[in-house]
Ligand binder design. Sequence first.
Ligand code: AMP
Length: 532
Amino acid sequence: MNTPLTTRHLFDYGTTYFRSQGIVSRQASGATRTTFGEIGDRVRRLASGLRALGVRQGDRVGTVMWNDQAHLESYFAIPCMGAVLHTINFRMTSEHLSHVINHAGDRVLIVDRSLWPQIAAIRETLKTVTAILLTGPAPGSDPDRTLDYETLIAESSPEFAFPDLDEDSPMGLCYTSATTGPPKGVLYSHRALYLHSMTLGLANTLGLSADDTLLPIVPMFHVNAWGLPFAAFWLGAKIVLPGPSPHPEDLLDLLQREKVTLAAGVPTVWLGLARELMKRPTPLNLRLAVSGGSAVPQSLIRLYEETLGIPFLHAYGMTETSPLVTVARLRPHHRELSYDEQLTIKASQGIPVPGLTFRLERDGQEVSWTGNDAGEICLKGPWIADGYYRDQGSSTPVRDGWFHTGDVATVTAEGYVHLLDRTTDLIKSGGEWISSVDLENALMAHPAVFEAAVVGVPHPVWDERPLAFVVLKDGCEVSKEELFASLAPRYARWQWPDDILFVPEVPKSSVGKFLKRALREQYRTYFTNPRE
Ligand code: AMP
């Protein structure tokens, strides 16, 4: 039967078969506990309330929220009523925030009170918003022309009848930061979300199931927290939400207290948590630490697996791909390899997950999988975007039926992807390519190094040369010469950075990735006019 693949099925299934499964939501003042069944009731009330505010099928509703219970309610109420869940990255600049809300044409915003200042600053620039709901602890009186989320839930009917929807209709919208110009919107269909959620349950990927307790550390505004809350609700995993501004201490407390089995975040988060775990060794139930969003240094995987005894899984994806594209799992025959050899595989991006078709391309031609030849990752699949929302098509990433990711990689004969760089981050020196990601990993392998970022900076002779930025671990010291020497076994001299600068921190994007654009801009004249 050709039944539509919609978000409503995930919601109905979760509330029917896992009614008593728990949801824990951390608040500044403690944690709230509820169940899938209780959430089900609140989700219907929220849908009734939004309908009363004028939200119709196809309308966008923006969320400016933490990873918490109210956000999870919005995750289901908005798509199930046929509206579009627009998750907003509240760490964007005011200019971009205003742009994405106006570009999306959000009719209603749901805003956490602690994030209100960001919206208050741009309120007068918003052209389409007709109502604003505030969630989170109420400090006293709310600003004018806002409504209280809890009052709306309490006063709305739990009898909302969710409509039958076309599986190809949109359920979600997320903006991704573009290298030039304003952020671009990626629209997710119900069908894409359904198939992507199902994939997260496969044993070959994350194997998420009702035996798990999930802690999505990755923000719910960032590609739907990698789709994990949707999949967890469907598959019956207990959901633990880290709430406002979680620090490593808070995350460690949650991991321990709630017996979390699967947590997901960017490498920076795992680095911070590892530091905390070294300070405060704590027995955990983690069966999988999932890292994605940026390259993961081998040293970090080794730290988790060898020192802390926690299995680590590296995954790759992007906003335009819902996001799951590859996961780096070992195959049975890899277990005969030494741990060092296994680490090379585990630190690769892995193989594409079932459902996606993969191709490596250079100058429009397919590149073979030799492990050495680099090309751009191109994809086809039911959860890959086919363009940007309300875009004139000028920047279409789809050519000849393939989505062009802008990521450059090599692929081994077995199909393991080794990502070298974004096309924009690859360093072109004297006609040769140098991978900044590789150099960063090599520098981060040094025991004194906490973080390292490498960018290409214009050079009068070589076009571009690598410049490295290193953050040392607390209390550690190391000289430039020693760091150069540590690169010597793996890199030819011309591949070394021309200089290494010690910095207190590497600038990061709003989702915790290295902000290489900022470094490139700041050090643009470093080799051409060093004294400037
Ligand atoms: P975003 O859309 O903000 O999630 O950014 C997606 C981009 O992050 C990808 O195109 C990659 O360049 C990078 N990225 C994501 N995951 C990984 C990973 N596991 N390793 C290296 N780069 C990654």
